[in-house]
Design a protein. Structure first.
Length: 498
C-alpha cells in the first residue's frame, strides 16, 4: 500500500512552547493508524496542522504524493481530509441532514434562483449510511439523539466531503462497550472502502483491536512507529512516558471495616428500581453498566441532586435524609463528576480558587478570605497530588486533562470526606495520568476513605475494586467480589443476558 498522507519534519511553536519538533508521520491508503502520547505530547497540535487549523512553521505535507499547502479547514476538506473532534461540532437545533451538509449544501436553480437541493442531499446521505451499514432518521434533531449517534453523524458528515483521510480524536470516550463494538464495525467498513483513518486514543486495548500501526509521540517529537502485531502495551507505555512503568493498577492493601454507606430499596421513577448496595470502610466498590443503566443517576440520588421516590440511605447504620449536595457534604459524601468542565471545576479560576471554593468559609475570617491559608492549602494539594503546574495561581483551563482531574479530586478531598464517589475518574486522560490517579486513589483508601467508583473501563474496575456491582435498566443485577469478577461475566449481566 502506498502512503496517502506524509508529514515530513513538521515544526510548530507557540509563545514559549515548541509544540512540534521535526515531527514526521505517514499513513497508508486503507489503513487505521493510531497516534499515542501523553496529554500535551503534541497529538492535537499535529492534527490541527493536518486539518488546516494551524499552519506549520516549517516542514512539508504531501497528499497522494504531491506537496500540499493546507490553508484552512475548508482547504483540508477539499483535499479529502476531515477531523472528528472528541467534543462533537453539531448544532442541536438543526436536523441530522442539515448538520451533515452545513456550509456545503448542494443547490439547484428554481426560476433562476439557487435553492438547496434536498433530494440530492438525501440521496448522498442514503449512499453514505448504506456504506457505513447504519440507519438513522436524518430528519431528527441532533438534540434528540444520543452520543453514539452523534459520533456516527460526525463520521457521515466527513464522508459528505468525500473524505479519504478521516482523523478520529478519542471517538469512544463517551461510548459504551456495545457502542464501541458498533463503531469498530463501521471503521472496518470504511477501511475496506479505502478510507484511511488516523485514530487517537488513550485506550490501548482499542488500539490493538482496531489499528494496523501505531505511532508514539512525546514532547512534540516522533518516538516510534510499529505494527500493532509486533508490539505490546508495555512497550507503548514505555515509549509514551520515557521509562518502564510498573503495575497499571496499584491496588492498596487495606483492612476493610464495617459498613459505612448502605442503600436499601432506593427507587426513583423508571430510572432507579429497588437499589440495594453497601460500601464498607476502606473499600473501593465499583459500579459497572452500559450508558443509560442508571449509574450516574444513582450517584446523583445519593448526593441529593435528585429526589428519591422510596428507599433508605444509611450512613454508619443511621438512616439519613439528603435533600441537597450541601447536606451530602455535611454527612461526609463528596462527588467527583465525569464532566469536570461542567460540574467539577471553574476552568477560568486558579488552582487555588478551585480547591478552596467548596469550603470558602473555612478559609475566611470575618467575611474575608485568608489568602495565605488558601495558598498553603493549594500548595499542599499540588505536592500531594502531583499536579504539574507553575504554582497555585495557575489557571485550571491551561492544565492538561489529567492534571485537571487531579485538581478535581484534590478539591473534593480537601473537604475531608468519609465517602468519595468517583464518576469516570480517568476519562480522557493519558496512561501516565491514569497511573497517577490510581496512586492517589490508593493513598486515599489508606487514609480511611471509602470509594464508590463508576467506570466504563472494565480493566480499571477489575484492577482497582474490592467488589463490583453491575447495573442494567436502573436495577442492580449482579455483584462480584475481586476474586471472581471477569470482563466477560460483568459484560454479560450489563447487557441483560441470563
Amino acid at each position: 500500500m502506498s502512503d496517502i498522507l506524509v508529514l515530513d519534519r513538521i515544526n510548530k511553536s507557540f509563545p514559549g512552547v515548541q509544540a512540534l519538533k521535526d515531527m514526521s508521520f505517514s499513513i497508508r491508503e486503507g489503513e487505521v493508524h493510531a497516534i499515542c502520547g501523553e496529554n500535551g505530547a503534541g497529538k492535537s497540535t499535529l492534527m490541527k496542522v493536518v486539518s488546516g487549523v494551524y499552519a506549520q512553521d516549517s516542514g512539508d505535507i504531501y497528499v497522494r504524493g504531491e506537496k500540499a499547502t493546507i490553508k484552512n479547514p475548508i482547504d483540508a476538506f477539499e483535499k479529502g481530509i476531515a477531523i472528528m473532534y472528541q467534543e462533537t461540532s453539531l448544532f442541536n437545533e438543526m436536523t441530522i441532514l442539515e448538520n451533515l451538509f452545513l456550509n456545503h449544501e448542494p443547490t439547484k436553480k428554481v426560476l433562476g434562483v439557487p435553492v438547496i437541493d434536498h433530494r440530492t442531499m438525501e440521496k448522498k446521505v442514503d449512499e453514505i449510511l448504506r456504506h457505513m451499514n447504519v440507519s438513522m432518521d436524518i430528519n431528527a434533531k441532533v438534540r434528540d439523539i444520543g452520543m453514539a449517534q452523534k459520533q456516527l453523524v460526525e463520521i457521515a458528515k466527513a464522508l459528505t466531503f468525500d473524505a479519504k483521510i478521516l482523523i478520529m480524536d478519542e471517538p469512544t470516550a463517551s461510548l459504551t462497550e456495545r457502542e464501541v463494538t458498533a463503531l469498530f464495525e463501521i471503521i472496518r467498513t470504511l477501511k475496506n472502502e479505502g478510507v484511511s483513518i488516523v485514530y487517537i486514543s488513550h485506550r490501548l486495548e482499542e488500539i490493538f483491536e482496531i489499528c494496523d500501526r501505531v505511532t508514539v509521540i512525546r514532547d512534540g517529537e516522533f518516538i516510534s512507529c510499529r505494527e500493532t502485531s509486533e508490539t505490546d502495551k508495555d512497550r507503548l507505555v514505555a515509549d509514551m512516558v520515557g521509562r518502564e512503568v510498573g503495575s497499571y493498577y496499584p491496588k492498596a492493601n487495606t483492612d476493610v471495616g464495617g459498613v459505612l454507606l448502605e442503600l436499601d430499596g432506593i427507587s426513583q421513577g423508571n430510572v432507579l428500581r429497588d437499589i440495594r448496595l453497601s460500601v464498607r470502610r476502606g473499600e473501593i466498590v465499583g459500579l459497572s453498566g452500559l450508558s443509560g443503566s442508571g449509574r450516574t443517576e444513582l450517584a446523583h440520588a445519593i448526593c441529593g441532586f435528585s429526589k428519591l421516590d422510596g428507599g433508605e440511605i444509611r450512613i454508619e447504620g443511621r438512616a439519613v435524609k439528603i435533600e441537597n449536595y450541601r447536606k451530602a457534604m455535611e454527612m461526609g459524601i463528596v462527588y467527583v463528576s465525569e464532566d469536570r468542565a461542567k460540574y467539577g471545576l471553574v476552568a477560568a479560576m486558579s488552582i487555588r480558587g478551585n480547591i478552596s471554593l467548596p469550603q470558602i468559609k473555612s478559609v475566611s475570617r470575618r467575611g474575608f478570605i485568608d489568602f495565605d491559608r488558601e495558598r498553603r492549602m493549594a500548595e499542599e494539594a499540588i505536592e500531594a497530588f502531583g499536579i504539574k503546574a507553575q504554582g497555585p495561581d495557575f489557571p485550571v483551563e491551561n492544565l492538561s486533562g489529567g492534571n485537571q482531574q487531579k485538581v478535581s479530586v484534590a478539591r473534593s478531598t480537601a473537604l475531608r470526606p468519609k465517602i468519595m464517589i468517583l464518576d469516570e475518574p480517568t476519562r480522557g486522560v493519558d496512561v501516565n495520568a491514569k497511573a497517577e490517579i490510581y496512586r492517589i486513589i490508593g493513598e486515599l483508601i489508606k487514609q480511611g476513605l471509602s470509594i464508590l467508583m463508576i467506570s466504563s473501563e472494565l480493566p480499571e474496575l477489575l484492577g482497582m475494586c474490592d467488589r463490583i456491582y453491575v447495573m442494567n435498566a436502573g436495577h442492580i443485577v449482579s455483584e462480584f467480589d475481586r476474586e471472581h469478577a471477569t470482563q466477560e461475566s460483568i459484560l454479560k449481566y450489563a447487557l441483560g443476558e441470563k
